[in-house]
Design a protein around this ligand. Structure first.
Ligand code: F6R
Length: 266
């Protein structure tokens, strides 16, 4: 694994800071590889929770390279993605289903029926049932061995957006249909060709199933993440900054950062 420039523990949370985003992404990929190998050796399969967005693209590129080098197989891997726009068709290039196909699924030996995403085509009256089913499938697969996360500039995890809920209510949030926060919509504008074009709702894995993962790997890179990273790690737990809720699972969480994203920490 690339050597972190700094490795610190804050209130039981492990924080690894790397010299650049590429090294952080490579370290995240190697952590995922070792999690897959350990889970497959122990239980015959590995269950991964995956994220989309700009940050994990480097991680997927490394995982694909490991696969091509014969050092990683996805034969015994099952995946669940964090979120999907709603409504959206799977073949829409802006769907997270097609993102996953482009960056990972089409390049590795993951069986198509092992790759689960929330379905942006489910009729709205069945959405609650679909979301509850997704949580049950994860549980039936034995729970997530590792959940990969990114952080929004507003501190969201998945599409669990900032809210005025109590901490207890936020910790209990299940998988569900949500309205996207204005910061999330403006960050998605580049992919949708304008903020008015962004699909304003999404399906997201809830805070509760995210926190239930056996390990959580948060990857954040770039100066635009420094503020939300510093508040998530150094501030109080609050539903106003959902990533701060990871403090409730501190011992199972690793933050991998580059120097710019860690700038507010030291
Ligand atoms: C994506 C997701 C989001 C992103 C976050 C950071 O599946 O759930 O929470 O991880 O918005 O996005 P990027 O990496 O594009 O900055």
């Amino acid at each position: 694994m690339p050597i972190p420039a700094r490795s610190v523990e804050r209130a039981g949370v492990s924080i690894l800071v790397f010299g650049d985003a590429g090294s952080a992404g490579r370290a995240a990929a190697l952590r995922i590889q070792s999690t897959i190998h350990a889970a497959v050796a122990e239980r015959g399969r590995a269950v991964l929770g995956l994220a989309t967005g700009a940050t994990p693209q480097k991680v997927y590129a490394h995982l694909v390279a490991l696969h091509h080098d014969g050092e990683l197989s996805f034969r015994d891997v099952v995946t669940y993605n964090l979120d999907e726009f709603y409504p959206i068709g799977p073949l829409d290039p802006k769907s997270y289903r097609s993102y996953m196909h482009r960056h990972l699924f089409s390049h590795v030996d993951l069986a198509p029926n092992h790759a689960h995403l929330l379905d942006g085509t489910v009729p709205e009256r069945f959405v609650a049932e679909h979301c509850a089913g997704f949580d049950r499938w994860i549980a039936a697969d034995g729970g997530l061995d590792l959940q990969l996360l990114g952080i929004g500039r507003n501190g969201h995890i998945g599409f669990n957006e900032p809210s005025a809920l109590s901490v207890a209510e936020a910790l209990a949030l299940p998988t569900r249909l949500v309205e996207l926060h204005p910061v999330t919509r403006s960050d998605a504008a580049r992919d949708f060709g304008g903020v008015d074009q962004v699909i304003p709702r999404a399906l997201t894995l809830g805070v509760a199933p995210i926190l239930a993962a056996r390990s959580i790997l948060m990857l954040a890179t770039g100066p635009h993440k420094a503020d939300s990273v510093a508040r998530a790690l150094g501030g109080p737990m609050t539903a106003g900054l959902p990533a701060s809720l990871l403090q409730s699972a501190a011992a199972r969480v690793t933050w991998m950062l580059d120097e710019p994203a860690a700038a507010g920490l030291f």
